[in-house]
Design a binder for this molecule. Sequence first.
Ligand code: DX5
Ligand code: ZN
Length: 214
Amino acid sequence: MVEVSPSIISSDLSHLYDEIKRCEDAGAGSFHLDVMDGHFVNNITMGPDLIRAIRKSTGLRLDAHLMIERPDKYYKSFLDAGADVLLIHYESPVNTMELLKKFHRENIRYGIVINPETNFERVKSLIENAEILLIMSVNPGFSGQKFIDDSLIKVSQAREFIRANNLKTRIEIDGGINDETGRLAANAGADILVSASFIFKNGVINPIKTLKNF
Ligand code: DX5
Ligand code: ZN
C-alpha cells in the first residue's frame, strides 16, 4: 500500500476542518501543504497561519512543500506553525547543502525536492539523511497540470539507489497524479502519492482509496 498525501490547498477552504476529516476517514496518511511565495514560482498560496489552523485540525503528519525563495529565512515559522517535515527544493537559490546539514544537526525532519529538469544524480549524495525524496512530476506552481512521464524513470532510479544502499528515505511524487499515473508511479517504486485535483475534484473518498491500493 502507498501513502496518500492530499494537497489541502485545493480543498474547499471554506470547510477546511470537514475536508480534513473527510480525507482522514478515506485513509489519507499525511497532508501536503503547498507553500508558494510568488517568487520561486508564479503563484501565491498559504503561509504559516493557515498551517497553524490545519495543525489544530489533524494529528496526521504535515509536510510543508516550500516553493519559496528563502527557505533559510522562513523555515522556522513553518515549524512553529506545526509542520512536521520541511520539503526543500534542491533548486532553491540558497545554499541548500548548508541548510540541509543544519536541519540534520538540529534534528529537523526534512525532504529534498527535485524539479522535472533536475536529474536524480544531482541529489544522490544528499538523500541519505532525508526522510523523503520528492520527485516533481509537473513544474511547480499550479495544480491541475499534466503528468510528465519521464518522472517515472527518476522514481525507478531512486528506488534502485535506495535499495542498493539500504536507505530509509521514502520516495514521493507530486503533480498530475490520478488513477493511471498513480499506478505507474507506485509500480516504479513511489511510497507516497501527492494529489490535489484528482482527489478534490472527485469527491475525496474514492480517489484516496483508489490511490492507496496501488
Ligand atoms: C504543484 C504542487 C502540487 C500540486 C498538485 O506546484 O506542488 O502539490 O498542487 O496538484 P495536482 O495533483 O492537481 O497536479
Ligand atoms: Zn506540492
